[in-house]
Design a protein around this ligand. Structure first.
Ligand code: SF4
Length: 235
C-alpha cells in the first residue's frame, strides 16, 4: 500500500540527482527491499554506478533470457569486474522454457504477437515476478523522452501490477544527458550503441535504427507500433 504523497515527492525531487533519489528510497524502504532492474542499457549503467556509490552490496538484477547479444554478456562481465560486485541473475524456469521451445520452436516470436508475448512472459515476466515478489520498490531506467507512453511516467510511482514502488530517477533526463554522464564517469556501455542501436533487448528481437527513427523502433520491428512493450513496463 502506498503511504507517500507521490505528487509532493515528485515535485520535491524533480531536480535532484539519481543518487539523492535512490538514497531517499533506500532510507525509506530498507536496503534489502529495493532492487535495481538492469538490462545493461546506458540508463541502467548510470543507475548501477549511482546505487553502487551508495552501497556496494546493493541489489541489482539482470534477467538472462538466454537470447541476448554476446555484446550484452560481455558488458555484464565487464561491469561486474569494473565495480567488483555481483548481479542477481534470474533465468526462466526450465520446464516452462522447455515446453515453450518444444511446442512452438526457437523462433516463435516471428509467428504472431501472441507467441512473442508468450516468449517474453516465460523468459522475462515470470522471472521478474519472482524478483519483485520479495521487494518493496524497484528502480528503473525509464525516461519520459523514450516514447509517447513513457512521457506519462514520473520519478516516484506506485506500481499497481506488482504492488510496490517504482522509481525512475532518470525520468527527466534527455538522451544527451545520459551520454554525457557515461563519458564523464567512464562508465562501460554496450558497444552495439556504436553501431546504430538505440534500445537493446534480445538478439532476435532487436535491430539497429536509422537517424530520425523512434528510439524503440528497433525492438520487435515486424510488429505494429502499439505492441512495442514486452510487459515489463506498462509504459
Ligand atoms: S524479446 Fe524476443 S527473445 Fe526476448 S523474451 Fe521477448 S520474444 Fe523472447
Amino acid at each position: 500500500m502506498n503511504v507517500f504523497d507521490l505528487e509532493k515527492l515528485n515535485r520535491k525531487y524533480e531536480c535532484k540527482s539519481p543518487k539523492e533519489i535512490i538514497q531517499f528510497m533506500i532510507n525509506k524502504l530498507g536496503r534489502g527491499k529495493i532492487v535495481l532492474a538492469s538490462s545493461l542499457s546506458i540508463e541502467d549503467q548510470v543507475l548501477t554506478k549511482a546505487i553502487l556509490d551508495i552501497d556496494k552490496k546493493a541489489r541489482i538484477f539482470f534477467l538472462d533470457t538466454g537470447r541476448h547479444y554476446q555484446e550484452t554478456y560481455d558488458l555484464l562481465a565487464l561491469t561486474m569486474d569494473k565495480y567488483d560486485f555481483k548481479y542477481e541473475v534470474y533465468t526462466p524456469q526450465n520446464r516452462e522454457l522447455q515446453e515453450l521451445v518444444s511446442n512452438y520452436g526457437p523462433n516463435l516470436f516471428y509467428k504472431s504477437t501472441g507467441l512473442r508475448k508468450k516468449c517474453c512472459y516465460v523468459r522475462k515476466i515470470e522471472p521478474l515476478k519472482r524478483v519483485l515478489s520479495a521487494a518493496d520498490g524497484w528502480i528503473c531506467g525509464l525516461r519520459k523522452e523514450q516514447s509517447a507512453a513513457r512521457n506519462e511516467i514520473d520519478i516516484f510511482e506506485w506500481d499497481e501490477i506488482y504492488g510496490i514502488y517504482k522509481i525512475n530517477p532518470l525520468a527527466y533526463w534527455k538522451e544527451e544527458d545520459v551520454w554525457k554522464y557515461i563519458h564523464k564517469e567512464n562508465i562501460p556501455y554496450n558497444k552495439l550503441y556504436d553501431s546504430g542501436f538505440t534500445s537493446i533487448g534480445c538478439q532476435p528481437c532487436t535491430r539497429a535504427v536509422t537517424n530520425g527513427e523512434d528510439v524503440r523502433s528497433g525492438r520487435w520491428w515486424w510488429e505494429s507500433h502499439e505492441n512495442k512493450e514486452c510487459g515489463l513496463h506498462r509504459a
